[in-house]
Design a protein around this ligand. Structure first.
Ligand SMILES: [Zn+2]
Ligand SMILES: [Zn+2]
Length: 327
């Protein structure tokens, strides 16, 4: 019991090392079990959504929910994914920490854990060694893998390039206390607003439920959709070896991650919407930040990717039809 509690506080404590973990089933294996005690915070977070029937609603709470969703989604896609996992741009050590801290507030475990599992996903996409392979079915690739015992530890062997930053190791180890502290701070903010600005119509419990609980559950599932939905539903503009897809709606709710087939075709670019009609809000924000000197060295989409001569949605459609007609 104490061991479980300790792992909630410090995710690196009492975790098996990578070799032991692989011996227990291997990274893509579905065989290892779900540890219900370990995922209790995840279950409680979902159940807490029901509290919405008791706390009421206000435009303040809904706006906070949306705003906190968007800033954390940006931190996940720009910094957990495009920066930490793929190194597609550069930034200062301070900004690196700030955005990875905001990303950690998303309750998607620590930044190093996230990036390490994602690097495995790219290395072994949709094979048995992929932690959330589409071969294991929709629900396993959506949430089963995330709750599975074998995927709890940070796989340090593929993330060694970042271990030299003690502040990032700290974020990774104490990700759950950081999430709890965030929830507490939002509750305190709601209570303070309720006391000092009663015209806003919010309270501690209301801001906690809308601004943290619902916002975080939506954020988690939108992110997980890229592992599940984006490997089964959408267009395949590039003939990659995996099942990755492009979908405009997924791209909108994840600020650009829905161009997942593009991304699997070429992951080294900061941009995931390769064409002007492929809306990629994260890229636009990063571009704007580069004008301010906050980030730099944004890696472009190379010419060879564009060599398919796709210039418009119509041309893309025609090429898809040709592909289908060619035996
Ligand atoms: Zn993928
Ligand atoms: Zn990626």
């Amino acid at each position: 019991m104490f061991k479980f509690f300790l792992r909630w506080v410090d995710s690196w404590s009492a975790c098996p090392n990578d070799t032991e973990q692989d011996a227990a089933g291997g990274i893509g294996s579905k065989d290892s079990k779900i540890q219900w005690m370990r995922i209790l915070p995840f279950i409680l977070l979902h159940l807490a959504c029901l509290a919405v029937f008791w706390v009421g609603i206000s435009s303040t709470a809904v706006l906070f929910m949306l705003g906190f969703y968007l800033i954390r989604m940006f931190a996940i896609t720009a910094f957990f994914h495009r920066y930490l996992s793929h190194k597609t741009f550069q930034t200062s050590r301070l900004l690196q920490f700030i955005f990875l801290l905001i990303g950690t507030m998303s309750a998607q475990r620590g930044p190093l854990w996230w990036a390490a599992h994602h690097r495995y996903h790219h290395r072994f996409t949709d094979t048995h060694q992929d932690p959330h392979s589409s071969q294991h079915g929709f629900w396993y690739s959506h949430v089963g893998w995330f709750l599975n015992e074998q995927n709890f530890a940070t796989r340090k062997e593929v993330i060694r390039d970042w271990l030299k930053y003690p502040e990032l190791v700290w974020l990774d180890r104490f990700s759950l206390p950081i999430v709890l502290f965030t929830a507490l701070a939002i509750y305190a903010l709601g209570a303070w607003l309720g006391n000092h600005y009663p015209e806003l119509g919010t309270s501690g419990p209301q801001l906690l439920v809308w601004g943290f609980v619902i916002s975080t559950v939506l954020l988690i599932h939108a992110t997980l959709c890229i592992n599940s939905l984006a490997h089964v539903y959408g267009r395949r503009d590039f003939a990659t070896q995996d099942n990755s897809r492009n979908h405009w709606l997924l791209a909108l709710i994840t600020l650009g991650e829905g161009w997942h087939n593009n991304h699997h075709f070429y992951a080294g670019s900061v941009r995931q919407g390769f064409y002007w009609w492929q809306i990629d809000i994260t890229y636009y924000v990063l571009k704007f930040m580069s004008w301010l000197g906050l980030v730099w060295g944004l890696k472009p989409v190379p010419a060879r990717v564009y060599a398919t001569k796709i210039t418009s949605p119509l041309a893309l459609q025609q090429q898809n039809i040709q592909d289908q007609e060619t035996p």
